[in-house]
Design a protein. Structure first.
Length: 183
């Protein structure tokens, strides 16, 4: 899959490629212990780690034709977090898949932004990338993330362990997504 630069507009946000200039926002996001509560509890410690993570994601654009995208507030131009799809190999030992994910700075929690931008990511995946199925995983104790995935229409498939922590795995087929959109 060849990567094409992404710019998606939602009601409140611009979704675009992560850039090196997003390092400060990524640092604010990933250095917050509460943000990492269900992500292995290992927040980053330095701006250099944020820059490194952005470089890894940008490399995924080239290697896999897809990767996570920055979420920018339309009104303030503030870095909210990231959303989008990535080609996931290794999380599930049994198979590779296209993974839907999102991570927001704490001040943006509870405002529907994760749902809004994840829905735009699903639309992009099914309509632009022509994917047939998109998966997602969430720590079984992360109630907000599990709720978002179900509200987006993803269906519970099974439970698996990652780093010794139980996670729920969800999936959404293009045919089901198309039906939900009323196409």
């Amino acid at each position: 899959m060849t990567y094409k630069k992404v710019t998606i507009e939602t009601e409140r946000c611009i979704i675009r490629d992560l850039e090196e200039t997003d390092a400060e926002g990524m640092y604010e996001l990933d250095s917050d212990p509460e943000v990492h509560e269900f992500l292995g509890k290992q927040p980053i410690q330095t701006i250099e780690e944020a820059k490194h993570n952005i470089a890894l994601i940008r490399a995924q654009y080239v290697t896999n034709g897809i990767g996570r995208w920055a979420i920018i507030d339309k009104k303030t131009n503030d870095f909210i977090g990231w959303t989008g799809l990535k080609f996931e190999h290794g999380l599930r030992k049994e198979f590779d898949y296209y993974d839907l994910g999102y991570r927001l700075r704490k001040k943006y929690w509870g405002k529907g932004i994760a749902t809004e931008t994840a829905n735009a990511s699903l639309k992009y995946g099914f309509e632009q990338l022509k994917l047939e199925e998109i998966g997602a995983a969430a720590d079984i104790n992360h109630i907000a993330s599990n709720t978002i995935l179900r509200n987006l229409g993803l269906q519970y498939v099974d439970q698996f362990e990652y780093d010794g922590v139980p996670h729920n795995f969800y999936s959404l087929k293009k045919t089901e997504w198309t039906r939900m959109q009323g196409y």
